[in-house]
Design a protein around this ligand. Sequence first.
Ligand code: GSN
Length: 237
Amino acid sequence: MAAKPKLHYFDGRGRMESVRWLLAAAGVEYEEVLFKTPEEFENLIKGGNLMYQQVPMVEMDGMYIVQTRAILKYIAAKYDLYGKDLKERALIDMYVEGMRDLNDMIMYFPFSLPEEKQKNFNYIIERATERFFPVYEKALKDHGKNYLIGNQLSWADVQLLEVILMAEELKSGILSAFPKLQEFKARVSKLPNIQKFLQPGSQRKPPEDEAGLEVVKYIFKVDEHLYLKHMGLTIHK
Ligand code: GSN
């Protein structure tokens, strides 16, 4: 039997959470090696298997895969969650890239400077409800099927459920104007692999709390201002 994929990351959601979701949806068991200090991260880098000295990194099928999108694409293709042809694949990429834009905004939100928190919050809610969710609501409405592409679960559906739940954590009731997304959420949450992942005790990570954020800043030596300058690309106004 092939070894289980091994996920190298810190003990939080971050960019790895979508990898956890996709593996769970595919019914693949995985192991996690979670570092807690800058020294442990440094040792992982010294091991020489991080192409860019960055995580996420997934050891899988004899490879050390880095770059979140590369990891996700490999898993999606391997477990038949990446469409039946190139056109479906392009559509999945289009949906997923939008979802990842929203996912990234929500992921970085806790790093907001206190004086910018409300503005960033308003911006994310506006983008979610006026730009991104209408696309997926319309897609589900127009073709009347249970899933976004064709009539089987794909990476786009898994990513959509993940980002819906993240957005609801930010603002409960955010789906109130999106009946098709509400139905989608209820339906996909009941798929056995996903239901299992949503239950307490699974490998799903909780939202980052203050202590968790401090750990992330400590491990990656995050300079708040430098960090936020980068994020200015997605959160501005
Ligand atoms: O998507 C990706 O995997 C890459 N384009 C970015 C990965 C990345 O920025 N990883 C961070 C930690 S995870 N959170 O954002 C990282 O390893 N930073 C250390 C560094 O030296 O860049």
